[in-house]
Each structure stands twice: as C-alpha cells, then as structure tokens.
Ligand binder design. Structure first.
Ligand SMILES: *Cc1c(COP(=O)(O)O)cnc(C)c1O
Length: 234
C-alpha cells in the first residue's frame, strides 16, 4: 500500500475508535512519525493531508527541516538539554518533558527567541525502567514547579508511551491512568497551563489509546512501513 492509502486507512480506524468513545475522528490529531524516513517520503505524506509530523531526534529535524514542506514539527523523543537550542524555533510542541531542568532550558531558549513553547509532560504510568518520563505521583509537583519557574513554557497536556503488548488491550490500564490525570488538570484556567493534548497511542495501540481518551496519536510504521535502523540519516 502507498503512503496515501495507509494514511486514509489510519484516518478511518482513528474515526471509528473516536466514535466508540463518543467523539469524532476530527477530535483526534494524527501526528505522522517520520524518524528514519526521508524528506521525500515526508513530503508525500504532507501531500496526502498530514499536517503534523513527529521526530524523536534533534539531528533528524536539523537534517530534514529545509527539505520538508511547511508542516508542524513535534519533538517526541528524549531531549537532551544541550540540544534544545537547535530546535526551539523549529518545533511547535515538545512532547517529552520529564524534568524541571529540561523545562528551564526550554524556557530560557524560548525567551531568547521571544516565544512561548508548548510542551507536554511525559508520564511513564507503567513505571518501566527502560522508558523516560515521570511517575503519575510526580506529575503534580512537576507542573507546579514549571508554572513557578518557566514563564515562557505553556503546558498543553500529557504524553505517554505504553509498554509494547502483543495484545494492545493489555496497555489499556496505562492509558486510562494517564487520562485520569489529564482530566484533573484540563479545566484549570491559567495561560501557562492550558491542557488540550493527551498524546497517547502508536501503530500498535492507537485504537485502544483513543478509546481510553487520547486525542493525539503518534503513528509511524503503519504509515511509512518498517524503519531501517541500519540506515543513518544525514
Ligand atoms: C517511534 C515512535 C512512535 C511511532 O511508533 P510506531 O510504532 O512506528 O507507530 C511514537 N512515539 C514515539 C515517542 C516514538 O519514538
């Protein structure tokens, strides 16, 4: 299947899952995850209606930025503090904030560019050691600290990567836990705490994630095919 056909199919599944949770497909944003895929493939996806793309490495954003048509870029992978400066004026949202230290660097660089950066807090609800993110218990303190210390950062919601399960139903509890946390913040009125996005769900589990309340899915493999990790970008 072509990239365009895959996108159409994902849009269909996304709409059906949204309807199962009492919403419509338009309520769920599809971010196409383009890591290890070329600018040409990304442009093809944009021609097929993709408005938002996600990369997990700063270097790949740098390499492809000039070659890709206008689109919203999302940084979805672990971000090292010393690399914030390279992407601060390129991405529209950073999904992977998991420390005050990182938030403060984003704040500092955003101020230098006269902008306010949208971020999500990455929550590791399954507490997997192999994954980044803070625990659900730590989230309140982290939000409080960022609000106190980072005026050029706007917290737009939460992000979660569930454990990979052969049966995606088994990830449901982790999504549900993050949704519960999301709901406790979503009606707070504060210009720097404006919850809108719950970023959960990948190729393997996005339908379950949507059923549990996700409104932003990050899908790579199901759009572009398997990634070739032997291929170095650049
Ligand atoms: C790679 C990646 C995805 C997409 O994964 P697929 O299984 O290819 O859909 C989503 N989120 C993050 C953070 C990723 O690194």
């Amino acid at each position: 299947m072509s990239i365009g056909e895959n996108i159409k199919y994902i849009q269909q599944l996304k709409a059906q899952a949204a309807e199962r949770s009492g919403r419509s497909g338009d309520d769920v944003l599809l971010v196409a995850v383009t890591k290890l895929h070329s600018a040409e493939e990304i442009n093809e996806a944009i021609d097929c209606g993709i408005t938002d793309i996600g990369e997990n490495k700063v270097q790949e954003i740098m390499d492809k930025y000039e070659k890709v048509k206008p689109v919203r870029w999302h940084l979805i992978g672990h971000l090292q503090t010393n690399k914030v400066k390279y992407i601060i004026d390129k991405v529209s949202m950073i999904h992977s904030v998991d420390s005050l230290h990182l938030a403060k660097e984003i704040d500092k660089r955003a101020a230098q560019h006269g902008l306010v950066m949208d971020i999500l807090i990455q929550v590791n609800s399954a507490m997997e050691e192999s994954k980044f993110g803070i625990t659900t218990d730590q989230t309140g303190d982290m939000i409080h600290d960022i609000l106190q210390q980072c005026p050029n950062v706007r917290i737009r919601g939460l992000m979660c990567i569930a454990p990979f399960e052969d049966n995606p139903d088994d990830a449901r509890v982790y999504f549900a836990e993050v949704k519960k946390l999301f709901d406790t913040y979503k009606n707070i009125e504060n210009p720097n705490l404006d919850f809108k996005y719950l970023s959960m769900g990948m190729s393997n589990d996005f339908e379950v994630a949507i059923e549990e309340g996700s409104n932003l899915i990050r899908v790579g493999t199901s759009i572009f095919g398997a990634r070739d990790y032997s291929k170095k970008m650049g």
